[in-house]
Design a binder for this molecule. Sequence first.
Ligand code: CO
Length: 293
Amino acid sequence: MNTTPLISRPRAVERLVVGQATSDGAGVKLTRVLTHDLQQRLDPFLMLDHFASDDPDDYIAGFPDHPHRGFETVTYMVAGRMRHRDSAGHEGLLQNGGVQWMTAGRGLIHSEMPEQEAGVMEGFQLWLNLPGRDKMCPPWYRDIQSAEIPEYTLDSGVLVRVISGESHGVRGAVARPEQEFPTEPLYLDILLPADSEFSQSLPTGHHAFLYVYRGVVEVAGADGTTQVPSQRMAILANGGDGVQLRAADGATRVLLIAGKPLKEPIAQYGPFVMNTREELMTAVHDYQNGRLA
Ligand code: CO
């Protein structure tokens, strides 16, 4: 298969970001790649965490019961197993290569707990904002097993897993009508063999970033290239019609994430993301009074 789009104005790297080591839940060690200060720049994305460890002490405590309201969480497991349960009675097991897409909407309480006592646990959690009109929608989620994620392989050997959006004519596991979900998220996991290249067209007005988690990626721009090492996020400049990547140092893996900005006020208090402070107060009050269960 080779349907490589022609990119005439590649988006250059505007900024490289080093994630912050932190812990969340009951003490899970992770790297927060997309932090609070980047929420406006990367609207509609609110957070990206990368957890990767072969030491159970770093992850075994998991994320016991906690609430969410006003946005979506997308959990992508690269290795390991995580079981989730929520207050509406849903339960599912997320494992190697699978995705859980959860629209928290007006809210729920759930737990995300590792279901293994040893071995490597690696994955990502992305937070995607909802427009004000949808923040109080009924909660919804879908578990997508690895085999259900559409993939394609280019002649160069580049393998692309299309978690959401569309790439080279392949529709993702989550592809929703624009009028229903105006953020139009693109979420790709791209595996590039050494020295291979990949390009992806991107709508001009959408915010976009990469996260390299194996190897080194070279990103083309109008004035030359930028090398993005492993464990770095590269914010792509706005404008331009796409992105051009090359594996610069052996085989690489990179997430490419893009979406249409909502351009609404962002008010966050922990696991609640609304438009105003008043709505946050209501969320806390509802949680304290058992109305998120
Ligand atoms: Co959660």
